[in-house]
Design a protein around this ligand. Sequence first.
Ligand SMILES: [Zn+2]
Length: 226
Amino acid sequence: PVFTEVDAVQRALLFAKETGCKLHLVHISTSEAIQAILKAREEGVDVTVESCPHYFAFTAEQVDEIGPRAKCQPPIRKAEDQAKLWDELLNGNIDWLTSDHSPCTEDLKQGNLWEAWGGISGAQNNVDLMFDLAVKQRGLAVNKFVDLIATHPAERFNLPHKGEIAVSKDADIILVDPNQSYTVKREDLYYKNKHSAYEGRKIDCRVTKTIVRGNVVFDLEKGIVG
Ligand SMILES: [Zn+2]
């Protein structure tokens, strides 16, 4: 339940406050936890917060249908909780988004929801998925989206060559075509273990090129290259 996440977050915030230690909280899935973090920040705690695409893409009401592929920790939240998390993201209260990609062999995702491996495979589709949901469908500014996936993490972890397109930075660039659509299919996954909670999902936007330190590593026509 939501309160167990808030409890864990509040304990970590208390320790950070008492020790003066910097704190970065990952996989936050509830508005209640975000509010606790904002309050601690106002009180002087040096804290940042990350969330993951699956908390914005799925609701608990859909998990029965998707099955164990949608099991993760914290769990996927109810629609009403997700709506509040969206408000936090759009209001700038979440510092960044990461995939929390959790690969496992397919047999570990079998069985019931209690036995199955907890973790979602999503890295391949997370950027275009969130661009679709946040920028196209909800009007988040593109530069705010860039902050969420690149600039803020680079700043927080002191990665001086990452996080923006500028002279002296690594040329890490993603090209996104907002006018393309595709459906996530198992046979198109590049993972070693080809399963994903997003199989069958239509995404109205598409990454067409990925450049790492100036080298093209993915091209929509050619697949993984270089
Ligand atoms: Zn994780």
